[in-house]
Design a protein around this ligand. Structure first.
Ligand SMILES: Nc1ncnc2c1ncn2[C@@H]1O[C@H](COP(=O)(O)OP(=O)(O)OP(=O)(O)O)[C@@H](O)[C@H]1O
Ligand SMILES: [Mg+2]
Length: 377
């Protein structure tokens, strides 16, 4: 196998070559931008929302500017203002013609601009009184509205606005966002139930204000080709049967597929065999051991027991059935329900619909599920 950069990137965007598919989603997003419609992008954790936005910004047509911000760590409108201004100066280089204007405008807000000690990227902190803060944010959007380029703002982890110390932040945002024509938004977030609530609850400000894109698993045929292609480029033979094993074991869930492929690739073998795949799976699960045991300490004994039971079932359809409770010695259905809700709140268990429309519960982290099936056989 030839020396090459590991093509199965985790958490970073390395360009079109290392990005698999999502052509349809990109088409829809570009169409929404063209039609000045905002989009809500949702999916299960680690399916690829954040990377999709990065890829989209890489393929935006000319005269479009993409600005992406992640508001996960913000807790107030003041922090939103800083986060927004930082995202603007990071996404638009000062030496472009629009960059000059944008930086000039941001400087007119009399910010403190510092540089991240590790990455060197600019960080903006604007000194503003709480009374003036909202007006500043609105003035930034007004400024962007007047530009001749179309502005696309992607706000990741948008559900965070629900926790801001100022109440009804979504209502306030909606009032000025709906006046914008040249600025189009993409709202994404990993807490699906909160995101859905924000955009589909008729009593909420953002109700039906956007088009929805649900990011599902990448088509297994397309993913297989992508995987085989990258092994072939490094002169390594990855048989189809082995790829199928990878996609089955990870359920084709993007992050887990990438992580397993990355570990397999690191073996640098000229042909990928069952043994190499086994070894790579073991390596991954052993690496996670520490983290998963730590999780045990964060849960009550009932929650932990239930989490392991759900993992062992893979897809649990009847959590309160006598059979399930007896099989794993879970006590009563009331105890199971209480723990189940706690695990859902903690984002450890999710629910969905089976092919024949029955509600099922499953563990969100595929590696945890595989680890539990391995350790607690
Ligand atoms: N189309 C793709 N091709 C290759 N790798 C991808 C693709 N989409 C996502 N990934 C990889 O999968 C992992 C998860 O992607 P990402 O972080 O974008 O998911 P997310 O939906 O934003 O997750 P979260 O809900 O946790 O924020 C990352 O390691 C990313 O590099
Ligand atoms: Mg994300």
């Amino acid at each position: 196998m030839e020396e090459e950069l590991n093509p199965f990137a985790l958490n970073s965007y390395f360009g079109v070559e290392y990005f698999c598919d999502r052509e349809n989603e990109i088409k829809i997003l570009l169409r929404n931008i063209k039609n000045r419609n905002s989009t809500t992008l949702i999916s299960r954790r680690r399916m690829g929302k954040t990377l999709l936005i990065q890829h989209l910004f890489n393929v935006l047509p000319p005269k479009h500017i993409g600005i992406s911000l992640d508001i996960f760590s913000t807790n107030s409108r003041k922090e939103f203002l800083d986060n927004l201004s930082t995202a603007i100066v990071r996404n638009v280089p000062e030496d472009s013609s629009i960059g000059k204007k944008i930086w000039k405008f941001i400087r007119s807000l009399q910010p403190n601009i510092s540089f991240d000690p590790f990455t060197g990227s600019p960080q903006v902190n604007i000194n503003v009184s709480p009374q003036e803060n909202d007006r500043y944010i609105e003035s930034i959007f007004d400024f962007l509205e007047q530009q001749s380029q179309r502005i696309v703002i992607a706000i990741d982890e948008f559900q965070q606005v629900l926790t801001y110390k100022e109440e009804h932040t979504d209502v306030w945002m909606r009032t000025f966002i709906q006046k914008l024509n040249n600025v189009v938004f993409i709202f994404s977030g990993s807490q699906t139930h909160l995101m859905t609530q924000l955009f589909t609850d008729p009593t909420r400000a953002f109700y039906r204000s956007t088009k929805f894109v649900h990011l599902e698993k990448i088509d297994p045929e397309i993913y297989s080709k992508f995987i085989i292609k990258h092994f072939r480029k490094a002169k390594s033979k990855m048989p189809k049967a082995m790829v199928n094993d990878v996609l089955d074991w990870t359920y084709g869930h993007t992050y887990y597929v990438q992580a397993l492929c990355s570990a397999i690739y690191d073996n640098k073998e000229s042909e990928i065999t069952e043994d190499i795949i086994k070894k790579s799976k073991l390596e991954i699960l052993t690496d996670e051991d520490f983290l998963f045991m730590k999780l045990r300490g964060l849960l009550s004994p009932q929650q932990w027991k239930l989490l392991i039971s759900v993992a062992k079932e893979a897809k649990l359809v009847k959590p309160t059935s006598a059979e399930f409770i007896r099989k794993y010695e879970l006590g009563s259905s009331a105890v199971v329900l209480r723990s189940l809700n706690a695990l859902i709140d903690k984002d450890l268990v999710y629910f969905g619909l089976t092919e024949d429309s029955n509600k099922f519960y499953a563990v969100g982290d595929v590696f945890f599920e595989r680890w539990a099936q391995w350790k607690f056989y």
